[in-house]
Design a protein around this ligand. Structure first.
Ligand SMILES: [Zn+2]
Length: 467
């Protein structure tokens, strides 16, 4: 057997555990997983050997929650810039959310975005859609268009951004139930931004009388109670709807308690993000509105509970919720937490955050592979991704546990580098030392070497539909 590339000398993080080994890659797939003494490099095209000595080799991360927004808002970043950041962050497949102008809520808009991303992407991508029309034919058409899942919000669209949220915002519980039922019929997962609209409205009106210059005011305006209440309602609805339900960006201990109480009651999963695992509201207070995200970053007790939930599997996924706003858009609202646009970059700190957790003894390397990659491939029906095994796509990330990551305004690749202020000055133990997409290097440890357009559109395999 001959190989197009060989990865040798590394510690392989496989479903069976961590062990030294050599990988032979052919036609974009892992063709051989061999012991370290196997001399696969005798049978490789000359020079195409990746020396992973001293490194761990993981399946490429699959980020199921990202907001690039392109082709709208190029000042916030482009597909080329943000997928460059993905490659440098060890993310080989990225799921793009539908919030943009116009909102991605029809097969025609899915096709426009698919073609635009295919032209510029440096890693593979999948697309979400908003279910603008709660009818079976509309859901069937979105499934046929190849979307990976549907996204909904349980709160109204933000004032002034209604066009970006057209078909996304379903604050009425009966509409949420209908969306879940229809998604179950066509086999698509539903990913939900869960905050309870009435609890949020009361908290927001109370917070309007507080100091908007404080991050604590933003946290008070969107309390953990709003998240936990919305999640409890959704999980109750899903006992009837039988959808594949996924709860986005869990931030609080209160919501973890709800998730545990509903365990086994329906087919649901949940995620958190690096900003909630790394930071507290005090950090947001320190960096200003650049650190504002929705839902808010909360207390040290919440942060610690999220790590425990990641370790015990209550949270099966870690995603970035990468959201880029321009420095001007953030600066316009400096000192105004209630008015500032929410979002922070996460693409280049996803793996470093988890690797730092490994250094702290909070997670194991197989858990990192599972939470950042394998679980996403299974949950969203991506065939042959998310594991190091023969026959899988050779989407791989090499990480150096002895190295470190220290993001700055200048060394981040995202267009949001100047506003990624939570990450500035942080030092994470662990470093992404190289990324392969279908066996081809897209990040060599120093430079992004992928050309735009190398990333492919990923369609999910839809599971059997409910009756
Ligand atoms: Zn998001």
């Amino acid at each position: 057997m001959t190989f197009d590339r060989v990865v040798r000398g590394g510690m392989l993080v496989t479903p069976e555990g961590v062990r030294p080994g050599t990988l032979g890659i052919r036609d974009g797939r892992i063709a051989a997983v061999a012991p370290p003494e196997a001399e696969l490099d005798r049978e490789v095209v000359s020079g195409r050997i990746w020396d992973a000595t001293g490194l761990h080799v993981l399946p490429g991360a699959i980020d199921i929650h990202c907001h690039i927004r392109s082709p709208a808002y190029p000042e916030r970043g482009t597909v080329a810039s943000e997928t460059s950041a993905c490659a440098a962050g060890g993310i080989t497949t990225v799921f793009e959310m539908p919030i943009t102008d116009p909102c991605c809520n029809s097969p025609e808009r899915v096709a426009v975005r698919r073609d635009h991303f295919a032209e510029h992407a440096r890693v593979d991508f999948a697309l979400y859609a908003a279910p603008a029309d709660l009818t079976l034919p509309a859901f069937e058409a979105l499934a046929a268009a190849g979307v990976v899942a549907l996204k909904i919000f349980t709160i109204p669209a933000p004032v002034g951004r209604e066009h970006e949220f057209e078909g996304l915002a379903w604050p009425d519980a009966a509409d949420q139930l209908r969306a879940l039922e229809l998604a179950a019929r066509v086999g698509l997962p539903v990913v939900v931004h869960a905050e309870h609209p009435e609890i949020l409205a009361r908290a927001s009106s109370e917070a309007a009388g507080l100091d908007s210059g404080s991050a604590a005011t933003h946290e008070a305006a969107r309390p953990a109670l709003a998240e936990a209440t919305a999640v409890a309602q959704l999980l109750t609805l899903n006992r009837t709807a039988h959808a594949r339900l996924h709860v986005a960006h869990v931030t609080s201990r209160a919501t973890l308690d709800v998730l545990r109480r509903y365990a086994g009651s329906s087919d649901f999963s949940a995620e958190t993000c690096p900003q909630y695992l790394r930071h507290t509201v005090d950090d947001v207070e320190r960096v200003g509105v650049c650190g504002k995200v929705n839902p808010p970053i909360r207390t040290a007790a919440d942060r610690d509970a999220l790590w425990e939930a990641l370790a015990d599997g209550t949270l099966a996924h870690v995603t970035t919720d990468h959201t880029s706003f321009s420095p001007e858009e953030k600066a316009r609202h400096e000192g105004d937490f209630l008015g500032a646009p929410p979002g922070h970059s996460g693409t280049e700190v996803l793996l470093p955050t988890l690797l730092d957790g490994v250094a702290e003894g909070k997670l194991t390397m197989p858990q990192v592979a599972e939470r950042a990659s394998s679980a996403a491939a299974r949950r969203f029906g991506l065939d042959r991704r998310g594991a190091i095994a023969e026959g899988m796509r050779a989407d791989l990330v090499m990480v150096d546990l002895a190295g470190s990551t220290a993001p700055t305004e200048s060394n981040l690749r995202t267009a949001a580098r100047r506003v990624a202020r939570l990450a500035h000055g942080q030092r994470y133990r662990g470093r992404v030392a190289g990324t392969l997409l279908a066996g081809v290097p897209v990040f060599d440890g120093t430079e992004v070497v992928a050309t735009p357009g190398v990333g492919r559109f990923v369609r999910p395999r839809l599971e059997g539909t409910a009756s």
